[in-house]
Design a protein around this ligand. Structure first.
Ligand code: ZN
Length: 386
């Protein structure tokens, strides 16, 4: 791994203020005194709650009693990360903010699913620091970064993930000179010159999807999705999160807040029905705005993989009796809506309501039911018929 001399890194940050009792944010240092903290946190809270009740265009977006609004740890249909209910963000954040040193590092490493891409990057950098410093909590760790080290660590982290892709590509193709490795090498050069452009990179990576097995492509995509969309994002989130441990934890976890996505946008006449709902984290829901699925799949190439995982999770909950039978028809309905909206690019594998009912009864009778295996059986049956 090449190390870029610090002198070549742009110093785009405000210098740290030292010897101050108050935690001074190196990004917002100058603006901070003008902010009425109570006001801004109320406004922020209303903004996040608003995201769940009212769309940003001012359209009424009531999502009724959609069942996932009661359940924590639902996998996001888009990024696949675990989602936290709005009312539980503080509790979840305290699980992290209460820890220091190695305990904190272990907690972060074992709970990567609660952080979205850029937040995960910062959380992992915090874990690295905490591992070296037994008295570091999230606040002390984040405050230990200088603008230069943050940038350097970000670039190193990107290179590490790119190297992981290279390793899989070489193993999967059995060819040291495969085109994926060549793509990765040129991306590493770019990263080392200070640029991270994930969307462009994943678009190119997607062209080689057919070159390797599904599971190898998924592995590569997983590493690629660790790369932040831009360094500007890292800097911005670092700026927001900078502060004491609980603030850091809340800011890093908040994007995992569960929201309900209208698959066909409400602003374009999408109905308020469960068939048009899918549970998506705030981080994925907010930037999609009115993007079509065609555009959205470029930004989130992992969406089809994670939407499938999401619907498998949902079906497993129904069969296990954790989601009631009113939702037996949901998987097949949401499949139809997603297929229509994506022009057939997203075809979920689901069970029909009759099969779900049978499986629930089998489960109640004491049999183990594994939805993933059931879906594979159905697929094989269909292939035989075809
Ligand atoms: Zn998400």
């Amino acid at each position: 791994m090449a190390i870029i001399p610090v002198s070549t890194v742009n110093n785009e940050f405000k210098p740290f203020a030292t010897n101050q009792k108050k935690v001074t944010n190196p990004i917002f240092a100058e603006k901070q005194p003008n902010i009425d903290n109570k006001m801004s946190s109320n406004a922020l809270s209303a903004y996040f709650k608003g995201g769940m009740a009212v769309s940003f265009g001012g359209y009424d977006c009531s999502t009724g009693n959609f069942i996932t609004k009661e359940i924590d740890d639902v996998p996001c249909c888009c990024c696949g990360g675990k989602m936290v209910l709005n009312k539980n963000i503080g509790t979840k954040a305290r699980e992290f903010s209460a820890l220091k040193g190695q305990e904190l590092a272990d907690k972060i490493r074992n709970n990567q699913d609660y952080f979205r891409c850029t937040q995960r990057l910062i959380a992992n950098l915090i874990a690295d620091e905490a591992e070296q410093n037994p008295d570091y909590d999230m606040g002390k760790a984040i405050q230990s970064f200088t603008p230069e080290t943050l940038k350097q660590k970000t670039l190193d982290y990107c290179v590490k993930n790119l190297n992981a892709i290279d390793k899989v590509a070489k193993q999967a193709t059995g060819d040291e000179k495969n085109p994926i490795s060549a793509l990765v090498a040129s991306e590493i050069e770019k990263v080392q010159s200070g640029k991270t452009e994930r969307v462009e990179f994943t678009e190119k990576l997607a062209m080689y999807e057919g070159l390797v097995k599904h599971e190898d492509y998924d592995k590569m995509l997983e590493s690629a999705m660790n790369i932040p969309e831009s360094y500007k994002d890292v800097k911005q989130i670092y700026g927001y999160a900078y502060g004491k441990a609980l603030k850091v934890a809340k800011e890093l976890i908040r994007p995992s807040m569960q929201t309900i996505e209208h698959i066909h946008p409400k602003s374009q006449g999408g109905p308020n029905n469960t068939e048009n709902y899918i549970a998506e984290c705030y981080n994925c829901n907010n930037p999609r705005g009115h993007m079509s699925y065609h555009e959205w799949l470029k930004v989130h190439p992992e969406y089809p993989i994670n939407a499938q995982k999401h619907i498998e999770w949902f079906q497993q909950q129904i069969v296990d009796g954790k989601i009631d039978e009113r939702y037996d028809t949901y998987p097949i309905e949401v499949k139809a809506t997603l297929s229509k909206e994506s022009d057939g690019r997203m075809e979920l594998k689901v069970l029909n309501p009759e099969r779900i009912k049978e499986l629930r009864e089998a489960k109640q009778a004491g049999q183990d039911v594994d939805i993933k295996a059931e879906l594979e059986k159905e697929e094989n049956k269909q292939e035989e018929v075809a």
